[in-house]
Structures are given as C-alpha cells and as structure tokens.
Design a protein around this ligand. Structure first.
Ligand code: OAD
Ligand code: ZN
Length: 242
C-alpha cells in the first residue's frame, strides 16, 4: 500500500497538477534537468515578448521545432492512468503547466493548460486564433489585420489565461485529493496551487523521482517516475473503492 486507504476510498474529486516530468517518458525534455530545455537555451532569449519582437523568425523556429517534437510524441502510461482515473472517481480536473497537449490527446476530459499550448497560435495584435497549415514559410501574418502570428504559449512576464486560472483555483479549493506530479514547483503563480491545497486542508500526494521545494509539505511523497507510479497508484485507488 502506497497511500492511506481511507483517503483513497473517500476520494471523489481529484485534482491532478502536472509539470514537464509527466511527459518525460514520452521523450519530451523537461526544463530544468541537466539535459533540459533551459540548460541549452536561456528563457530570456526565447520565451518572452521582447525576444519575439527582436527576432521573430528565431523564436518562431524554436517553437516550431518544439511543436514538431510534441506532435511526434505519444502519451505515456502516466497520462493514460490519469484518463483511467475518470472511471474510478466522480470528477478529475487536470491542471497542467505543460504546453504539449498530451493530456488531451490521451483522453482526459477536463484539462486546464495554464501555460497555453504549442499547438495553438494567435495574432499578436488582434488575438484572432490562427490555424497552422504546415505550408508557412517563416512567421505567418494574420489574415485579418496583417499582424505577426505568435505561439499560443504563456511567456515569462505574461499573465496566465484568466479562465484556466479561475478553474484551477476552484478545482483546488473543492477537491478532496490533490496530486502534484512531475513539477519542480518553482514557477509561479502555477506553483501556488499545491501549497493552496495544503492550506485548504486537502490531502496532497507528490509523485516525482526527485524531491522538490514542495516535498516536505506533501502528506505523502512517492518517489518515482510518473509512468511507473501512476498505473500502480490507480490500481490501489480502484481496490480501495471496492
Ligand atoms: P521542470 O523542468 O522545472 O521540472 C520537471 C520535474 O519533473 C522535476 O522536478 C523532475 O524531477 C521531474 N521529473 C523528471 N522525470 C520525471 C518522470 N519520469 N516522472 C515524474 N517526474 C519527473 O518543469 P516544470 O515544473 O513543468 O514555464 O516547469 C514549470 C514551468 O517552467 C514550465 O511550465 C515552463 C518552465 O519555464 C513556462 O515556459 C512559462
Ligand atoms: Zn490580427
């Protein structure tokens, strides 16, 4: 038994909060590992509006590269276990910092992408969504106003999408079990959520092969890769409910 069985038996509204670690086993690099994205590229050179304005082609190309990587990737047993969870409890809210769309592709029905998505684009000026055709050469322009098209991700210095953030806070306050999975828990405001869950008296489980700033606040820390831990965890939850 890896978790308190009465907590599992009584869990009905579950929040799953994820970071780059859940997609690591799908072959997508995390941000802060030694071979991670920020070891090779500096966020200030690529992931903010000034970088885009200074060199749109360069920033666009980098996001196109990452979009191609995630389009070639497939959901792993961790993503799939979270989908399975929907069959066991009343409600599952997936709150993710990931921009890879893999929770949705896996089949999770309620997903809030706090940092946007590599698969979405919009006009920098008029915000009209833009569908990538694949025939673009360089940065496309908005058919409506001629503005530059930007990736639909949240850059450093930008606010989180309001609707997603409100839903995330609401889900956190109203859950009875909160799982924090594969996140270093250092990028705010997203990282507030597990701490908020603790403050609200929720039972919080962290799953991560390494300890984080949050670990000592968790009710239970399960050390391991999410693709290995989650399928077992879901089985335990299923059994606890029998
Ligand atoms: P990080 O790269 O900061 O952290 C990834 C976490 O995943 C680490 O704690 C790893 O120990 C853990 N991990 C690695 N492999 C794992 C596995 N197989 N199973 C489970 N966990 C594993 O990524 P995030 O916490 O997602 O923001 O980073 C948060 C934000 O910082 C990102 O959304 C991005 C970045 O800058 C923006 O771009 C705005
Ligand atoms: Zn426009």
């Amino acid at each position: 038994m890896i978790a308190a069985s009465e907590v599992l038996a009584n869990a009905s509204r579950v929040v799953v909060f994820t970071g780059a670690g859940i997609s690591q086993e799908s072959g997508i690099a995390t941000f802060r590992s030694p071979d991670g994205i920020w070891a090779k590229f500096k966020p200030e050179e690529l992931a903010n509006i000034n970088a885009f304005m200074a060199n749109p082609e360069r920033v666009w190309e980098w996001y196109e590269y990452r979009r191609n990587v995630v389009e070639d990737a497939v959901p792993n047993p961790g993503h799939l276990a979270i989908v399975e969870l929907e069959k066991i409890v009343d409600r599952v809210d997936v709150i993710t910092q990931n921009v890879d769309g893999l929770h949705t592709r896996a089949g999770s029905s309620r997903v809030y992408e706090l940092h946007g998505s590599l698969l979405k684009h919009r006009c920098l000026d008029c915000e009209t969504p833009y569908e990538i055709s694949g025939d673009e050469e360089g940065v496309p322009h908005c058919p409506k106003c001629g503005g530059l098209i930007r990736p639909g991700v949240v850059w450093f210095g930008e606010d989180l999408p309001e609707y997603e953030w409100e839903r995330a806070v609401d889900a956190t306050i109203n859950c009875d079990l909160f799982l924090s999975i594969g996140t270093s828990t250092i990028v705010y405001p997203a990282a507030q959520l597990p701490f908020m869950a603790v403050r609200e008296g929720k039972y919080v489980i962290e799953i991560n092969p390494e300890r984080t700033d949050f670990t000592r606040y968790a009710d239970l820390y399960i050390e391991g890769k999410s693709g290995e831990v989650l399928p077992k965890f879901i089985e335990e939850l299923r059994n606890a409910k029998k």
